[in-house]
Write a protein that binds this ligand. Structure first.
Ligand SMILES: [Mn+2]
Length: 375
């Protein structure tokens, strides 16, 4: 018999996205719910038995009640045996008074298929003669030096059962936690504990790096939909099949729809502007959070062209921010107006203007000359 698990983490429901404008904020907040909903649908379509969330389902311990209610409503649609929810370091569990889990418990208690993993004790399921043991390692705080996995060494394990660890924190070699502040685990330690597989959260990038396969001791879910321009994957989760208490196969799922795209360009010519326009036209304006970072030198006419182009893009895209650093292009007319013929400045600038290999130099030299003559 196959035991099928969908594994996710770091959904960060309620993430405020403060650095974005109103429209983008709304879109990004909404996307985190919708991507979770798509993932539940995929899990149902593939008849998964368990839906496992390895921490940071919520962005904080003070997430708004309506967000918790909506999340529980989505999780409740899971048609398999159970949804297991582990508190991570953002939504840590520090006792029954922890706001987010108090509210979560209240909302979810009427749904028997949602189980909150707040204690370090084995959770066992029997399915068609097979035993599945889950070993939860909830985070008790935002930060912590030691891994939360140590209790498992002394826990009673059924060696013929499928034994799955669920934890949240950094893993040496996978993340960038030089200070050991996030419950840091190591791969050899995890392997030595004697479980079949580890389902982890915290690092927003998925591990393994291959999108399908049959062997891996641990899985890092990766955030389910991109959360910033630094996120290079389209959102991830895992579909895992186990047979006879062993991992049979894994496949990466991509429930995300939104993409962050930063276009960083230096513009010198009309052609550069039309290339920029072409790149923007090739993107989906409804799902791309566009961030334009434009610099360079352009003539007045070219700058007008650029502004028209930007206006077009901003009208088309739901969200587009623009960071402009465009200087006035120095042409022969400007040189002739500012510097009498035959002067050093005129000769220098005219020579640099003629040098097509280095189109920035004439502007740079002009800036320097202006600076000297002003001071
Ligand atoms: Mn985390």
């Amino acid at each position: 018999m196959t035991i099928r698990i969908v594994h996710t983490a770091d959904n960060h429901i309620g993430m405020p996205f403060r650095q974005h404008g109103d429209e983008a904020r709304k879109q990004l907040l909404e996307e985190r719910f919708e991507a979770l909903e798509r993932l539940i649908e995929t899990a149902n379509d593939s008849h998964a038995d368990f839906f496992i969330i390895s921490g940071d389902l919520f962005d904080s311990t003070r997430v708004k009640t309506p967000y918790i209610e909506r999340t529980v409503g989505i999780l409740n649609k899971f048609s398999g045996t159970s949804v297991l929810v582990l508190p991570g370091n953002h939504d840590f569990y520090a006792g029954d008074d922890t706001e987010v889990w108090k509210r979560f418990h209240k909302v979810s208690s009427e749904f028997s298929n949602i189980e909150l993993l707040t204690t370090t004790s084995v959770v066992t399921f029997e399915m068609s003669g097979e035993t599945i043991q889950f070993f939860p390692c909830p985070c008790p705080s935002k930060t912590g030096k030691d891994p939360m996995t140590s209790w498992i060494a002394n826990a009673e394990k059924n060696l013929s059962a499928l034994r799955i660890g669920i934890a949240h924190g950094n893993v040496t070699g996978l993340g960038l936690d030089a200070n050991d502040r996030y419950f840091t685990m190591t791969m050899p330690d995890l392997e030595a504990i004697g479980l079949t597989t580890w389902l982890l959260g915290h690092i927003h990038v998925p591990f393994p790096t291959t999108s399908s396969g049959s062997k891996s001791q641990l899985f890092m879910a990766g955030t389910h939909t991109p959360d910033s321009v630094r996120c290079k994957h389209p959102g991830s989760a895992w579909l895992l099949d186990f047979e006879q208490s062993q991992l049979k196969s894994y496949k990466r799922l991509s429930p995300g729809k939104i993409r962050f795209v930063r276009i960083d360009r230096t513009l010198h010519t009309i052609n550069d502007i039309s290339e920029l326009q072409k790149t923007c036209d090739s993107l989906d304006p409804d799902t791309v959070i566009l961030d334009l970072k434009l610099s360079g030198q352009l003539s007045t006419e070219e700058q007008n062209e650029l502004h028209q182009s930007i206006q077009k893009v901003q009208k088309l895209f739901r969200t587009c921010t623009v960071d402009l650093d465009i200087k006035n292009k120095i042409d022969s007319d400007t040189i002739a107006t500012l510097y009498p013929q035959g002067t050093l400045a005129e000769r220098l600038l005219s020579t640099l203007l003629a040098d097509n290999q280095h189109p920035n130099d004439v502007t740079l030299a002009h800036d320097l000359i202006q600076e000297i003559s002003i001071s």
